[in-house]
Design a protein. Structure first.
Length: 202
């Protein structure tokens, strides 16, 4: 999407097996998508300046293959959070991608609390110091966890819980407030919500 003129163009194709149920995250000069619906560990990259799309990055992989994860990023790192390692088998793993070297490793101190050991479009939204991992399904939850970038630790935020349980949703942030859009309120997402929720974070 070109913000100058609101136009969209096709810049290439995603490699086989990496185009469904991946987590997106990125840096200032490039983006990543990681994992897939086949529970693979691959990490792929797009370079913004050249619009070049590559296959799986050699030597870079998630610490455990998975799909249905969610992504976020700080100024220096990208993170791939939670998801499913196989059908109905959910993980709390957080992997960190160093954007300057395209390398990945698990950060055990950042593992999500059990309330967010979920799958399916747990939307994240971030300001400069933290990201918030929200909701998820199987079963659907209102739980919100905070990933603090400076310490790379995660903790549940009871006061920030979503108004209604959901997964398959998305989010944006202006750095102070977070906005959560739509989603599914049951495990397979067939019961949809049109709600827009707002949370103010300290």
């Amino acid at each position: 999407m070109n913000f100058d003129n609101d136009t969209t163009s096709n810049i290439g194709a995603i490699g086989p097996g990496a185009n469904v149920k991946s987590a997106g995250c990125g840096g200032n000069t490039h983006g990543y998508w990681a994992g897939n619906a086949s529970y693979g560990p691959n990490i792929n990259k797009v370079v913004y300046a050249t619009d070049s799309v590559g296959g799986a990055i050699p030597g870079a992989a998630l610490s455990a293959g998975r799909g249905y994860s969610t992504g976020c990023n700080s100024e220096s790192y990208a993170y791939v959070c939670a998801g499913a390692s196989s059908f109905n088998s959910y993980v709390s793993i957080v992997d960190r991608i160093t954007t300057t070297t395209d390398t990945a490793e698990r950060i055990t101190s950042a593992d999500l609390p059990s309330a967010n050991r979920k799958q399916s479009a747990m939307a994240t939204t971030a300001h400069p110091s933290a990201a918030y991992i929200t909701g998820g399904v199987s079963p659907a939850t209102t739980a919100v966890s905070k990933l603090t970038f400076s310490s790379e630790t995660s903790a549940q935020v009871p006061g920030g819980a979503l108004v209604a349980a959901r997964g398959y949703h998305t989010a944006t942030s202006n750095g102070t407030n977070s906005y959560f859009y739509g989603g599914g309120t049951n495990d397979n997402g067939s019961t949809c919500s049109s709600d827009i929720l707002k949370t103010v974070y300290a």
